[in-house]
Ligand binder design. Structure first.
Ligand code: HEC
Ligand code: HEC
Length: 237
């Protein structure tokens, strides 16, 4: 067993040094100027420094123990048959919890994750880290398009059926020491994130709430839920 593990580790080190070694060249930095959006540099950065491991289906470089449903080469969380494949729209809260600086074991039903990228991957520069943190703080947007307007009266019903169990008034809920649902920053409430949560976290509820089926949520309902959530009394700023 010991020998097998060692061999595997050696194999991994060799596999990674091939791709990650740039000789004497410093690793390339993705410069992001202006508002950080997925289309304005963040996507390119995630592809370059995260997406060679976080790709679905997994690549030769994806370590064995990796989460198999996170693809950082795309923005939207999507359905592939009956599998939910999370995209970059899903990682805002992980960045907020500090995954670029230290491990994060904050969320129930999630990996006990080490600092990202893993230490044998190409590191982020400080400027890249700052850009990802700034992107998360403004709600991890795809681009600068404005979200469609919703009706909060229509959003209340879906919020109480599909989201309140985990998020309560916005302060989140606990399962032991971990968040069952995270606290919610006001800026993180975007229609993209609502749609992403609909596929990813709502599908984890057991039993499934009445009326839930694993299909993408329509834009209007997402906008209505968003409008309702902006009035929650315990949001983080
Ligand atoms: C060398 C491969 C590798 C690279 C590069 C990498 N990751 Fe990871 N990532 C992993 C593995 C493996 C896990 C599973 C947890 C662990 O083993 O620490 C993981 C877990 C995660 C998780 C937790 C997902 C969950 O739902 O439980 C997030 C979020 C994450 N990575 C984000 C990133 C981001 C952002 C980057 C780029 C800045 C990145 N990772 C780069 C291998 C990698
Ligand atoms: C099973 C529990 C669960 C359910 C159900 C759930 N969430 Fe979440 N939510 C989480 C967890 C855990 C996180 C943090 C990790 C992540 O993003 O996956 C989170 C993160 C969020 C965030 C980002 C918070 C931040 O500050 O970045 C928003 C916004 C959000 N959820 C909205 C919703 C909406 C809208 C619904 C209903 C459609 C919903 N959630 C349903 C558990 C849940």
């Amino acid at each position: 067993m010991m020998r097998l593990t060692l061999l595997l580790l050696l194999g991994l080190a060799v596999a990674c040094s091939k791709t990650d070694t740039l000789g004497d060249e410093p690793p390339r930095e993705v410069a992001i100027s202006g508002q950080p959006t997925y289309e304005n540099g963040v996507g390119e950065l995630l592809k370059l420094k995260c997406g060679y491991c976080h790709v679905v289906p997994a690549s030769d470089l994806s370590p064995d123990n990796i989460v198999t449903d996170l693809d950082l080469n795309q923005y939207e969380t999507r359905l592939a048959g009956t599998q939910v494949v999370r995209g970059a729209d899903s990682i805002g809260r992980w960045i907020k919890e500090g995954i670029l600086d230290h491990g994060v074991n904050a969320f129930y039903n999630s990996a006990d994750a080490r600092q990202m990228p893993l230490d044998y991957g190409t590191p982020l520069t400080q400027a890249e880290k700052d850009a990802l943190v700034a992107w998360s703080a403004v709600g991890s947007p795809k681009n600068s398009a404005v979200d469609p307007t919703g009706d909060k009266n229509n959003g209340a019903g879906p919020y109480f059926t599909y989201c309140v169990q985990c998020h309560d008034q916005g302060q989140g809920t606990f399962y032991g020491e971990q968040y069952y649902g995270a606290p919610i920053r006001r800026a993180s409430i975007t229609t993209a994130k609502v749609k992403s949560m609909w596929l990813y976290r709502v599908s984890q509820l057991d039993p499934a709430p009445n009326g839930y089926s694993l299909q993408p949520l329509d834009d209007q309902t997402a906008a209505d839920i968003k409008a309702f959530m902006l009035d929650l009394s315990l949001l983080e700023d």
